[in-house]
Design a protein around this ligand. Structure first.
Ligand SMILES: NC(=O)c1ccc[n+]([C@@H]2O[C@H](COP(=O)([O-])OP(=O)(O)OC[C@H]3O[C@@H](n4cnc5c(N)ncnc54)[C@H](O)[C@@H]3O)[C@@H](O)[C@H]2O)c1
Length: 347
């Protein structure tokens, strides 16, 4: 199958690599920065362009991956859907709920497959946790705790990731959406009741002294903009009485090793499970004859970008979607939006 990649940045490159290994042919690489498009296109024997017009017109390419900064997700995805392309759209689905709704309407109106890039569903532990929950190993899950605590992990400091006008927000809309989707996916997307949360912007006002551990999309621009939150904490309640506690930070003064970098915990009335986001096993506690029995279940590590793409390509062929849907992307976005709207502005 021929595919087009729109956005030849850090994640566009990962998708291009995954495509080669998933039996897809990268036929187009589009980036507003033509040199960037050409560099990636050359590696894959693809056409490069700085506009998607020729890709929209190419009937031999029926599917695209949208991997541009968040601000342009809605415009690019809607243009692709209106051009009759099936779309794998990077997370977050968009910057606002209204944009998500417009994307979903375009997918529906054009009868296209739309999958959102919540790739943590496809990690070894993500897949295993979902199957254990579906097997009923926890019983009824009534609480989930999702946490990512980076000490100095702000991505693209000073550039678009930290510029609200382009990113739509900070740690919450960037990595928080992965945690929210994974938790809800394992819990079968219970209906939302209400959300209470707070966001924090501790490092933006002193970004010049920010000494980083890691930098996605680096190097940093210390003269640039940092006007988004670097952390968010929230409690999400669902109509069935279950809850999700969310703790996400790009940066924070977490003591280590006592604070794990990441953890997902699910508590059910018959058992519980926990794992690290990129771990290789799930810890399961199950009630057996009145006692709690602990078990470590190893997970075979798949390549999650490849797996995500395979599910998308299968969906394109079978006209279905067994990955994250646009409706789920919109629900995740509505949780994010409610946290932003409800957050107190510090006095
Ligand atoms: N799934 C994940 O875990 C994951 C990880 C990182 C990034 N992402 C998402 O992927 C998207 C891209 O992130 P990135 O880290 O690759 O950013 P990046 O800055 O490295 O790359 C973005 C590229 O898009 C290009 N671009 C900008 N506007 C464009 C437009 N209108 N049309 C075509 N190209 C355009 C830029 O020139 C740049 O080359 C973001 O939405 C981000 O949230 C997802």
């Amino acid at each position: 199958m021929n595919i087009g990649i729109i956005g030849a940045g850090a994640i566009g490159r990962k998708h291009a690599a995954a495509a080669g290994q998933s039996g897809a042919n990268v036929r187009w690489v589009v980036d507003v920065d033509l040199a960037q498009a050409q560099e990636l296109a050359k590696e894959h024997g693809a056409e490069a362009a700085d506009s998607a017009d020729a890709l929209w017109a190419d009937r031999a390419t029926s599917a695209v991956i949208v991997a541009v900064p968040n601000k342009w997700h809605a415009d690019v995805a809607i243009a692709a859907l209106d051009a009759g392309k099936d779309v794998l759209l990077e997370k977050p689905m968009a910057c606002t709920v209204a944009e998500c709704q417009a994307i979903n309407q375009a997918a529906l109106a054009n009868g296209r497959v739309l999958q959102v890039g919540f790739v943590h569903r496809f990690t070894a532990v993500g897949r295993l946790a979902k199957s254990l929950a579906d097997e009923g190993r926890c019983g009824r899950i009534y609480h989930a705790r999702a946490q990512l605590s980076l000490r100095r992990g702000v991505p693209g400091l000073g550039k678009w990731f930290t510029t609200k006008e382009i990113s739509g927000g900070g740690a919450l809309i960037d990595v928080g959406v992965h945690l929210i989707d994974l938790a809800l996916h394992v819990m079968d997307y219970p209906q939302l009741s209400d959300v209470c949360g707070q966001t924090y912007a501790t490092f933006g006002c002193r970004m010049k002294e920010y000494d980083y551990d890691s930098m996605w999309s680096g190097p940093p621009d210390y003269e640039g903009v940092f006007n988004v939150e670097d952390a968010a904490h929230a409690l999400v309640r669902f109509r069935n009485g279950s809850t999700l506690q969310l703790d996400v930070a790009w940066a924070g003064n977490f003591p280590q090793p006592s604070t794990p970098v990441s953890s997902m915990v699910f508590l059910g009335d018959r058992g519980g499970m926990s794992f690290e986001l990129f771990g290789d096993h799930v810890n399961l506690a199950a009630e057996q004859e009145g006692k709690i029995v602990d078990q470590r279940i190893d997970a075979a590590e798949p390549d999650f970008y490849q797996d995500q793409l395979r599910v998308f390509l299968d969906g394109v062929t079978t006209r279905s979607n067994s990955g994250a849907t646009g409706v789920q992307g919109e629900i995740v976005q509505s949780i994010v939006e409610q946290i932003y709207q409800g957050a107190m502005i510090p006095a």
